[in-house]
Design a protein around this ligand. Structure first.
Ligand code: ADP
Ligand code: MG
Length: 469
């Protein structure tokens, strides 16, 4: 071996060792041993770092769970980011769709390696929903309103399926941290023991998966998928109200998982007893476990949350501005975050100073009554009255011309005036899928261009909905 090559190898060896050492600081030793200890560095230049992993599953797992941590460890050691390429040990021809565009075996190696790029899109079950690694216990601020829910969530995350808290149900108003906590359970369990199968899904997505599965004759795939998890995190079960069939399916999934000692965690924006149209048998199942609530944060907690968010985003905002925000935005945490995001945008894009005046302006905007959340149901009812059709028809399958028109207008308004996804909008119109919603919205957008009368009518409806509500 020429000495230059030998030197290069040793130095890249030590580079990988250093990266591994940084990684060890971020993740627990078990996860490190599982995922990073077996990796070897194959090649390093100033653009890419090439890693040899035992199998395909590694690339996917690391990309899904440790991408950020790995990238930042690389930056810490090398000073700059690198594009990561994976080689799979002893692989024969990789199966699609993981075949990378560049299939050249690496030049100076004779073992049968193939390159794989982490950016290749993944295949997952059609029912898969990604968990957000941003939501962790570490960045969840604990205060009076949420400490019980937090403690219960931690207990469950520590020993999923092995506490009396099964199911664990967290309820509380919107924007108080339910989604954050439920996903933190998942992230924590994955860190502790990466092979854990954690499924996170909102009840809305569960419902639309279920409807699609029925339509596409894939019910058995659907139920097998949801029954294969170790931890099921189901967000916003209030969405199940009035969805009889979905509730029934969930009831059976619930029973199976529970019997097999799998952990179930649910969230709801209302106490379980107050969930209208939730089947009695589901409610009685829920009472098997532990029900905890989250209350709005007090002033100190609000301030602590703001400080934490500023730290995370490297935002330097004076204390009195933060106090002003904490004192005036009392409803929920999402609002607090929204205010910070607005301030950040102003500071970044208009070079404004983060002053009290700016904070006042932003609090006013957020607090303005016409910003009150408009619901899709408000829009459906109002549109039905304007077009003099029954709101039930808008939610039904009828294709009568005047009803189709009114329905499309309502979809258009729902898209324009609420933050709901196309999937959600479709569900409010008799479970139509999002492509139908897109079609409806496009039709109205086109007609507005051509038809002045319709345009005026819609603008006056928008005004009505925005200001009268
Ligand atoms: P919910 O699901 O109850 O409507 P979320 O979990 O989506 O609320 O919370 C809204 C936002 O506020 C999220 O970005 C979340 O990270 C943040 N948040 C809520 N509670 C806390 C907390 N106690 N500490 C830090 N961030 C929080
Ligand atoms: Mg939520």
């Amino acid at each position: 071996m020429g000495s230059e090559l030998a030197q290069k190898l040793t130095s890249s060896d030590s580079v990988w060792k250093s990266i591994q050492n940084v990684l060890k600081e971020y993740i627990n030793i078990r996860s490190f041993n599982t995922w990073f200890a077996p990796i070897e560095l194959v090649n390093l230049d100033d653009k890419t770092i090439e890693l040899k992993v035992p199998n395909r599953f590694f690339c996917e797992w690391i990309d899904n769970h440790y991408a950020k941590i790995l990238n930042s460890s690389i930056v810490q050691v090398l000073g700059e980011p690198r594009k990561i390429k994976y080689h799979i040990k002893n692989s024969t021809v990789p199966e699609s769709p993981y075949v990378a565009t560049d299939l050249q075996p690496s030049a100076n190696r004779n073992d049968n390696l193939h390159r794989m790029d982490v950016t290749v899109p993944k295949v997952h079950s059609p029912f898969y929903t990604r968990i957000n690694e941003r939501y962790t216990f570490e960045n969840f601020i604990v205060g009076d309103g949420n400490n019980f829910a937090y403690a219960a969530a931690r207990a469950v995350a520590n020993s999923p399926g092995r506490t009396n808290y099964n199911p664990l149900i967290i309820y509380g108003g919107t924007g108080l941290g339910k989604t954050h906590l439920i996903q933190a359970i998942g992230n924590y369990a994955l860190m502790q023991y990466p092979p854990t199968k954690v499924f996170y899904t909102s009840s809305e997505t569960f419902t639309s998966h279920f409807i699609n599965a029925i339509q596409q004759n894939r019910i058995s795939e659907f139920s097998a998928y949801y029954r294969s998890c170790d931890i099921l995190l189901l967000d916003d079960i209030h969405f199940f109200s009035n969805k009889g069939k979905t509730q029934e399916e969930f009831f059976h999934t619930f029973n199976d998982l529970h019997q097999n000692g799998k952990q179930i965690v649910l969230t709801s924006d209302r106490p379980i007893n107050e969930l209208e149209a939730l089947e009695e048998r589901l409610i009685s199942r829920f009472k098997w476990g532990l029900i905890v609530d989250i209350q709005p944060p007090d002033f100190e907690t609000r301030l602590a949350i703001l400080r934490k968010k500023c730290d995370e985003s490297d935002l330097d905002i004076p204390g009195d501005v933060l106090e002003y925000l904490a004192a005036n935005l009392v409803e929920n945490v999402r609002e607090l975050e929204g205010a910070l995001t607005k301030i950040m945008a102003q500071v970044t894009f208009t070079a404004a100073e983060p002053t009290l005046d700016l904070a006042r302006k932003i609090v006013n905007e957020i607090g303005r009554p016409d910003k009150r959340m408009l619901t899709i149901e408000d829009i459906v009812e109002y549109t039905a009255s304007v077009f003099q059709v029954s709101s039930d028809h808008l939610r039904a399958k009828t294709r009568k011309k005047d009803i189709v028109r009114a329905r499309q207008v309502a979809m258009y308004l729902a898209k324009r005036l609420t933050d709901h996804s196309l999937i959600t909008i479709g569900l409010h119109f008799g479970g139509r899928d999002h492509s139908t919603v897109i079609h409806g919205i496009n039709t109205i957008e086109k007609q507005i261009q051509q038809n002045r009368e319709l345009r005026q009518q819609i603008e006056s409806m928008v005004k009505h909905l925005e200001y009268q509500k």
